[in-house]
Design a protein around this ligand. Structure first.
Ligand SMILES: [Zn+2]
Length: 121
């Protein structure tokens, strides 16, 4: 157990946490750039949710899994790419429903999109 009075240990812990966050942010920035190219190539450029009041563009990615819960290795690789494209407004709409419901909506939206693209091919 690390004592709060151990200032050296405390500082070391804090530094490690900051560095870890930086690494994950860089990972996501790299994957996001790949996803952006992939989505554009596949013609997915507008919000995939399209709820009432949807902004259509001004899109970002919404994950099925919270970014802090991506796991490791292959699972992490798959989960970090399990996303839909959606506008800020629709993103907020699903975010406020809670993690479980949001995950369900994202996975459902991906399934519908993939079957639509398959049918069109
Ligand atoms: Zn939208």
């Amino acid at each position: 157990m690390r004592s709060k009075n151990n200032k050296l240990g405390h500082a070391r812990l804090r530094r490690r946490r900051i560095r870890a966050r930086g690494k994950k942010t860089r990972e996501w920035e790299r994957v996001r750039a790949e996803l952006k190219r992939e989505f554009e190539r596949r013609g997915i450029t507008l919000c995939e949710l399209g709820y009432a009041g949807c902004l259509m563009d001004e899109c970002g990615f919404a994950h099925a899994h919270k970014r802090r819960n991506l796991g490791k290795g292959e699972e992490r690789d798959r989960r970090i790419r399990t996303v839909i494209l959606c506008c800020h407004k629709c993103h907020w709409e699903i975010e406020r429903l809670g993690e479980e419901k949001m995950s369900e909506i994202v996975l459902q939206t991906i399934a519908e999109r993939e079957s639509r693209i398959e049918r069109a091919a």
